[in-house]
Design a protein around this ligand. Structure first.
Ligand code: AMP
Length: 222
């Protein structure tokens, strides 16, 4: 099964993606994670995209298409995939439709998660990410105590980089969040409309607990 998950930053795409790939048994392709890994490894790609990502802007369509073409052509993607964070522009959506036709593939479900901007800013401002296992969590879940150990992998320190495991992403600051939301409305929504013309698309309410949202997604995928 091939799935595209879309939605504004902070709506829960990452969290829901983990559940979906486990339930459906497909590979999780998160373009944001791929780019962050390139930044961390100090690769040429990482150097090119660091400033763009920190400002909450979009990496060029050409670079993204190169990256996605290479990733979808790998053997592990032949058994199905979940695209998370791609496409983000009308150009990427049209290019994806063409690329899939060329590869003889299709999209079985496009899931568009949504939540009000106020809720998204609240979630992202409190979001922390683990440098070691890449899981995200919200500070509100820890009460008044600032967490030191990642509740997912148990690490306090990223030994490789000699930094604390838990950190706030540079693009999870209020001003940048508002800019990313604007980018989503202007550039990514038109990409969803293009996909809707071609593949089955379902809008999913992203409000509520992660379990409630997963239940809504499950009922669409079944
Ligand atoms: P994400 O983790 O999906 O929120 O992505 C983090 C950042 O990576 C975005 O704000 C963009 O700077 C960049 N990025 C990820 N996916 C794409 C894409 N499909 N097109 C352009 N930029 C992207």
């Amino acid at each position: 099964m091939n799935i595209v998950i879309m939605g504004p930053p902070g709506v829960g795409k990452g969290t829901q993606s983990h559940g979906i790939v486990q339930a459906v048994g497909v590979v999780h392709i998160s373009t944001g994670d791929i780019l962050r890994m390139s930044v961390r490894s100090g690769s040429e790609l990482g150097k090119k995209v660091y400033d763009i990502m920190t400002a909450g802007d979009l990496v060029s369509d050409e670079l993204m298409m190169e990256l996605i073409r290479e990733r979808l052509s790998r053997e592990d993607a032949l058994g199905g995939w979940l695209l998370d964070g791609f496409p983000r522009t009308a150009f990427q959506a049209s290019a994806l439709i063409e690329l899939l036709a060329e590869l003889g593939q299709t999209v079985d479900h496009v899931l568009v998660l949504d939540a009000p901007a106020k809720e998204i800013v609240r979630r992202l401002e409190g979001r922390i990410t683990c440098r070691v296992c890449n899981e995200t969590m919200n500070l509100t879940g820890f009460g008044s105590v600032k967490p030191v150990f990642c509740p997912f992998c148990g690490c306090a320190q990223d030994a490789e980089r000699s930094k604390p495991a838990l950190y706030q992403r540079a693009d999870d600051k209020e001003e940048t969040i508002r800019h990313r939301l604007e980018v989503f409305r202007k550039k990514t929504l038109p990409a969803a409309w293009l996909l809707e013309d071609k593949y089955p698309l379902s809008e999913i309410d992203g409000l509520g607990t992660p379990d409630e949202v997963s239940q809504r997604i499950r009922s669409v995928l079944e």
